[in-house]
Design a binder for this molecule. Structure first.
Ligand code: HEM
Length: 358
């Protein structure tokens, strides 16, 4: 028996079931009119259908059993099954450590999770990772997402093996694996995203919600503020630029932020406080370090030094990696959950790294 099923919450759920049985189909019809989650049960991959699947047709017959099923956790969705998927992603990442000229897949997967979540708009609760909409145009073809098709393709074999996991859950879990396996902090994670079918066009966010790297501090504040983040959280999140690199064929920008592309550290902030100059080249405006001319910063990265409120946090994180890890872990976990309507009783998980299991 899984940990979830034995939990006291679900024991109290037994009496909830009894009560629900008395409520009758009037409550069911009310519920169906007031939630759109179950629509996604007819999505393209059957994600989470153990939880919501088929209710629409069966509701008039099932009566209050809809409420019962809504309260039950997904069949495969216990801690062990997600740790198993974590392990498979992590092992595949290890096997591809030399990919992308030594950048590996850590940066790519961390960015996929962030971009699938970073379309969130707090004012109307749209966007975010809930519905796996990056599978569909216009989000899939947004210039800001160039290159993330490689991240989605990387996770495809895992998706084929565990069909029941939704794309939103898989992509965000990939981000958790990337940060933890690169030596970063533990990222708390919850399951429960439900894929949208392709014809649910109003769920797919329009282009232009993700940040533009050629802009300054005002733009950063407006984009991250729209998602509901303050300056401290914003700076912490951008510290993920310790991982991976820029690709001229994807964003137009070129090169890594530092020498350790596969290690999650506070190195981005330490380097940012050093001296940088505008690189002379044919590409978009970017910066190069005075010392070696080997590393890069985006205009938005340099903007973190030019705004006094941002700079305060850059200095804190450069001086103390533990503080950065703590703030990053909280902000990244919150980012991945933005706009997600979690099923009742869904649990928060912390996964073991491959090293911890050896
Ligand atoms: C102002 C905010 C941000 C801007 C303008 C920005 C922009 C960019 C750009 C242009 C790239 C290069 C993509 C490529 O050519 O492959 C990139 C890469 C990356 N970004 Fe950001 N980013 C921002 C915030 C974030 C945040 C919040 C995270 C994560 C929490 C993040 C994680 C990454 C990672 C890990 C990479 C490396 C990707 C790889 O190695 O393939 N970025 N970012």
């Amino acid at each position: 028996m899984s940990a979830i099923r034995a939990s006291p919450i679900l024991k109290s759920n037994q009496s909830f079931k009894l009560l629900a049985g008395l409520v009758g189909s009037g409550a069911v019809l009310y519920y169906l009119n007031n939630t759109n989650q179950y629509n996604y049960s007819q999505g393209n991959n059957g994600g989470n259908k153990h939880q919501f699947g088929g209710f629409k047709k069966a509701a008039p017959l099932l009566g209050a059993s809809f409420l019962i099923n809504k309260a039950d956790p997904p069949k495969e969705g216990d801690y062990e099954s997600y740790q198993e998927i974590y392990n498979e992603i992590a092992e595949k990442m290890r096997n591809e450590d030399d990919a992308d000229d030594g950048a590996g897949r850590y940066g790519l997967l961390c960015r996929l999770a962030w971009h699938s979540s970073g379309t969130y708009k707090k004012s109307d609760n749209t966007g975010g990772s809930y519905a796996g909409t990056m599978n569909y145009s216009p989000e899939s073809t947004d210039g800001a997402n160039a290159g993330l098709e490689y991240g989605r393709a990387f996770l495809l074999s895992i998706k084929e093996k565990h069909e029941w996991i939704s794309h939103g859950d898989l992509w965000t879990l990939g981000g958790v694996v990337a940060v933890q396996e690169a030596g970063g902090p533990k990222i708390k994670w919850r399951a429960g995203r439900v894929d949208s079918p392709p014809n649910n066009a109003d769920k797919i966010p329009e282009n232009g919600r993700l940040p533009d790297a050629s802009q300054g501090a005002d733009h950063i504040k407006s984009v991250f503020g729209r998602m509901g983040f303050n300056d401290r959280e914003t700076v912490a999140l951008i510290g993920a630029h310790c991982l991976g690199k820029c690709h001229p064929s994807r964003s137009g920008f070129d090169g890594p932020w530092g020498p350790s592309l596969t290690m999650f550290t506070n190195d981005f902030f330490v380097r940012l406080l050093q001296n940088w100059h505008v690189r002379k080249w044919d590409g978009p405006k970017q910066y190069q370090d005075d010392e070696s001319n080997s590393f890069m910063m985006l205009p938005t990265d340099i903007a973190l030094k030019e705004d006094s409120s941002f700079l305060k946090y850059v200095k804190i994180y450069a001086a103390d990696q533990d503080v950065f890890f703590k703030d990053f872990a909280a902000a990244y976990a919150a980012l991945l959950e933005r706009g997600v309507d979690f099923p009742r009783f869904s649990k928060t998980y912390t996964f073991k790294t491959l090293d911890e299991q050896e």
